[in-house]
Write a protein that binds this ligand. Structure first.
Ligand code: ACO
Length: 383
């Protein structure tokens, strides 16, 4: 006899993992034992990728070789660039374009026939995908703006190079550090919906292009990665309403609106990543001499937590609540926020695929059948 249905797999343990762990009551996140605060302060995104994919922190030489191996794989083939151009010209959404382009990348894969059990080959493929996602996204944005894509800069790190390809100019230190930090914060987060999706695909021993493509699809939804864009759109709505943000949020909650960027299946307290991004948002606001967005977010947060008592219900700001205002202040288009999340989370997807396939077991749960046990067949012309 099967146990009760665990809707949404809430609280169900399906795998063991050494990549990351969340303490939802303490508001703590670690990657392989290192606090997210330490990693955000001390590491680079490439260093975090190495940690996730190789179990331990790299030495300086290892990191240099690893970062170079990613930088070498940034360029897209003419065919993939043309696919990206067409997607931009057709007005496709960036997440849908990314999903299609990542799937198209497999046609250029130099090891297409590698044995799926060859995890070194999977790692190399994962590295190629990770290296090319920023190039896809920047090229998509450039084509949308009727501008030519910018070739990757071999001497810049992944975050800096992304901003360089997006704008055609080398970013200043604050912008480069902010994006690098955002990538670190989003790189892994236990068995979230998109990571689990990637693992389900990997558990069939399908290749990592399929896992990453599926992960992008899962991340795109408003209950997952899509929330960062929704938060910024909400703040723009507040701004354009000409209402005081406090009035706006009171009215929104009276109407029963679900506030994006609040609530999380695992955290019962404020997400530690939100705290780090909140501090970044404040810094950028002060540097720009315009604290409007920071004020809107903090006013909404205070009202929801103190007046509406959402915190008592375990509903607190998640990572998406502050990432939008950070990206907005860097001049990044609002619909690129979720793709930036994907650009980072690919590190987690690839890490979990590698870890799961090392001791693979097909993921195949059961559903409780609620249809009739017996039905009498009626020929079509008699129905
Ligand atoms: N605003 C207002 N109330 C909320 C919110 C919110 N953002 N989130 C949850 N609640 C309330 C629900 O209305 C519900 O109240 P009730 O018990 O009185 O009916 C209660 O909190 C529980 O909500 P569930 O949807 O059952 O919680 P669940 O754990 O399934 O959902 C989720 C988590 C999907 C993230 C939810 O909080 C949500 O929709 N948040 C907004 C979207 C969002 O920010 N997503 C990003 C998540 S983080 C990430 O993916 C990176």
């Amino acid at each position: 006899m099967l146990e009760d249905v665990q809707k949404g797999l809430e609280g169900v343990l399906v795998a063991e993992s050494g990549l990351s762990s969340i303490d939802g009551d303490a508001g703590r996140l670690i990657y392989r034992g290192y606090d997210i605060e330490t990693l955000a302060r001390e590491a680079t995104y490439e260093e975090v990728l190495y940690l996730l994919w190789h179990d331990e922190l790299p030495t300086a030489e290892e990191l240099e070789a690893f970062a170079d191996s990613i930088a070498e794989e940034r360029e897209l083939s003419a065919d993939v660039l043309e696919t990206v151009r067409r997607l931009a010209a057709s007005g496709e959404e960036p997440m849908a374009a990314l999903r299609t382009a990542v799937s198209a990348l497999s046609a250029d894969e130099p090891e297409p026939d590698a044995d799926p059990e060859d995890l070194d080959a999977t790692l190399r493929k994962g590295r190629r995908i990770t290296a090319k996602i920023p190039t896809i996204l920047a090229a998509f944005e450039r084509y949308r703006m009727d501008e030519a894509p910018v070739d990757p800069h071999p001497d810049l790190d992944l975050a800096e190079n992304f901003l360089y390809m997006l704008t055609g100019e080398e970013p200043d230190d604050i912008a480069a550090e902010t994006i690098d930090q955002a990538l670190i914060l989003h790189a892994d987060h236990g068995l979230n919906a998109s990571t689990f999706t990637s693992m389900v695909v990997a558990s069939t021993m399908a290749d990592v292009y399929s896992s990453v493509t599926a992960g992008i699809g899962a991340l795109s939804g408003p209950l997952h990665g899509g929330a960062n864009q929704d938060v910024m759109e909400m703040l723009i709505e507040v701004d354009e309403s000409d209402r005081d943000p406090l009035d706006w949020v009171k009215n929104a909650t009276d109407e029963g609106r679900r506030i994006p960027g609040f609530g999380h299946r695992v955290y019962n307290v404020k997400d530690p990543r939100a705290k780090i991004l909140q501090a970044r948002c404040k810094e950028l606001s002060e540097a720009n001499g315009d604290e409007k967005w920071y004020d809107y977010t903090t006013t909404i947060e205070e009202y929801l937590t103190e007046e509406q008592g959402l915190v008592e219900k375990g509903i607190a700001p998640n990572v998406d609540f502050y990432s939008g205002t950070v990206y907005y202040q860097l001049g990044i288009p609002v619909d690129m926020y979720t793709p930036i999340f994907a650009m980072s989370r690919v590190g987690g997807w690839v890490g979990h695929v590698l870890e799961y396939q090392e001791d693979n077991r097909l993921i195949r749960p059961r559903g409780r059948y609620t249809g009739p046990e017996e039905a009498e067949w009626v020929p079509i012309d008699e129905r």
